[in-house]
Design a protein around this ligand. Structure first.
Ligand SMILES: [Zn+2]
Length: 507
């Protein structure tokens, strides 16, 4: 059976009538096809922007059950105005062995030429699709970088309110006081000693407190809540916690001042088996945090501990381990414990090539972890102190410096305007014009070099500011914070054969 498809849209005046379309289609029937049954499918007043058309749907149904072997249409755009839809439809035709002919365009899928066009259309449609996907991705990344709501379910403890931020329509989190009381209870309960997710769920359920209508609290629901940084008053400790995990942190460290909650974007379930968080990013939110960071972190450490019992112990025995390199062979040195006579342990670093395989002669002396830690502690302290004092000096200097630069920029701007005036007002000969052009070129070079300097200056200032924040935190840092700061500041420490060491700084 041969199908003729005709569509006339309402919105277009003077468009070819359905009857005329059908006549054109009949005209391209081949002689031997004239005996075949021809079924006519029509959509009067239907738009070609989608495929939601009664006649069209009926035709596709007939195609799928195999009763049609050829489709004729007046023009290609009668089938669809969307390239994506069009290609999809042509593929349905192809899968069902249906030829497709347009009476007005030289398009016939049974010819080599038609097949080539089809392939090109598929490429274009693919391009259209991917560029849409990329645009969506870009928009997504921009939205999340400024901490906007990215869709998804409402988070317990907050209601969503429509809002405009930077001209973008979004939703903001507003506290739900009733639920926030439960959130506080959840964190307080779990941070206490000898409590578990299970006992917490039991306690909430027996007090008739529900996460949402008709459901009960479970360990997994609670762990999702506890893991969510949306509740914490995010400060430098929270920053460090995520930094160690390898999470990309969008905001500068100084903004983590214990006021706002944060949002973790990326895969919703990170690979907990590998503890790989590298695809995640953390952004400060625009709502106030609720839980103090010490309580929130206590809960995280408890969750993390439950997850991994054992293997990370040796890694945790020194905050510098993981970055200590054997100077003789380049291997990562590991920490080893040896018992002392009083029952306590002494930790030291050893080259694994020396201890296991005897491939490396390693160090001539024993590298005690305490000694090395103390030494690195001192080095970091001095480095940070130096950066801090530089930063303070630079702050005073930078004001005058930046002002000078800005004056200079203004001057250039004035000269550029003057040049423009000359060009506009005087009758210009060729020589003058070329001189003016040269001058203009020099000015624009000078301007961009100044702007560049300004940019570098600001970047340097920012990194110094970050370092001075590390300094404040170094003095009171615990194990995890020290590890985070150490990893930010130091690339590696090389231990040489004679026991001396070299620190390779990141900054
Ligand atoms: Zn070695």
């Amino acid at each position: 059976m041969i199908a003729i498809y005709a569509r006339q849209s309402v919105e277009r005046e003077n468009s070819v009538s359905i009857e005329t379309q059908i006549d054109y289609c009949k005209a391209v029937l081949k002689p031997h096809e004239k005996q075949e049954t021809v079924k006519i499918y029509k959509d009067q007043g239907a738009s070609g922007s989608n495929t939601d058309r009664a006649g069209f749907k009926e035709m596709i149904k007939d195609i799928k059950n195999g009763s049609i072997n050829k489709v004729i249409t007046y023009k290609l755009d009668r089938i669809s105005r969307s390239l994506n839809d069009f290609v999809g439809i042509l593929q349905i035709f192809k899968e069902n062995g249906v030829e497709f002919v347009s009476s007005q365009e030289a398009f016939d899928t049974s010819s080599v030429y038609g097949d080539l066009i089809l392939k090109m259309l598929i490429v274009f449609a693919e391009f259209e699709r991917t560029s849409i996907i990329n645009r969506i991705k870009d928009a997504y990344s921009k939205r999340s970088d400024i901490g906007l709501y990215m869709g998804g379910r409402r988070q317990y403890g907050f209601n969503l309110k429509d809002d405009f931020i930077n001209g973008i329509q979004t939703k903001i989190l507003v506290p739900n006081e009733n639920e926030l009381q439960q959130i506080v209870y959840i964190f307080n309960y779990y941070s206490a000693k000898n409590t578990s997710l299970r006992s917490l769920a039991k306690s909430l359920n027996s007090n008739n407190i529900q996460p949402s209508n008709g459901t009960l609290w479970s360990s997994s629901k609670l762990s999702t809540i506890i893991k969510n940084p949306v509740y914490v008053k995010a400060d430098f400790n929270v920053y460090s916690y995520y930094k160690i995990k390898g999470v990309k942190i969008i905001n500068n460290a100084e903004l983590f001042n214990g006021t706002y909650g944060a949002r973790l974007y990326g895969r919703t379930t990170h690979n907990s088996a590998l503890d790989d968080w590298s695809d995640m990013k953390l952004v400060l939110g625009r709502h106030k945090g609720i839980i103090n960071s010490d309580i929130w972190l206590k809960c995280q450490l408890k969750l993390d501990k439950n997850k991994s019992l054992g293997p990370s112990v040796s890694n945790k025995s020194s905050y510098i381990s993981g970055n200590i390199i054997c100077g003789s062979c380049g291997s990562l040195m590991t920490t080893v414990k040896s018992p002392k006579s009083d029952g306590s342990f002494r930790r030291y670093f050893i080259c694994p090539q020396k201890s296991h395989k005897k491939n490396c002669c390693g160090c001539d002396c024993t590298i005690y972890a305490d000694d090395l830690e103390n030494f690195i502690d001192k080095c970091i302290y001095e480095k940070l102190l130096q950066i801090k004092s530089n930063y303070e000096k630079n702050c005073a200097l930078s004001k005058t410096y930046i002002n000078q630069i800005k004056l200079h920029l203004k001057d250039i701007q004035l000269q550029q305007n003057k040049l423009a005036d000359i060009v506009l007002s005087s009758s210009i000969n060729k020589d003058l014009l070329s001189t003016l052009n040269q001058k203009a070129h020099v000015l624009s070079l000078e301007k961009s070099s100044i702007l560049n300097t300004l940019k570098q200056f600001k970047a340097k200032k920012q990194s110094d500011l970050n370092s001075s924040i590390y300094f404040e935190n170094w003095l009171k840092a615990d194990f995890n914070q020290k590890k985070a700061i150490f990893q930010i500041l130091i690339k590696k420490v090389i231990i040489f054969k004679d026991g001396t060491c070299e620190i390779i700084w990141n900054i």
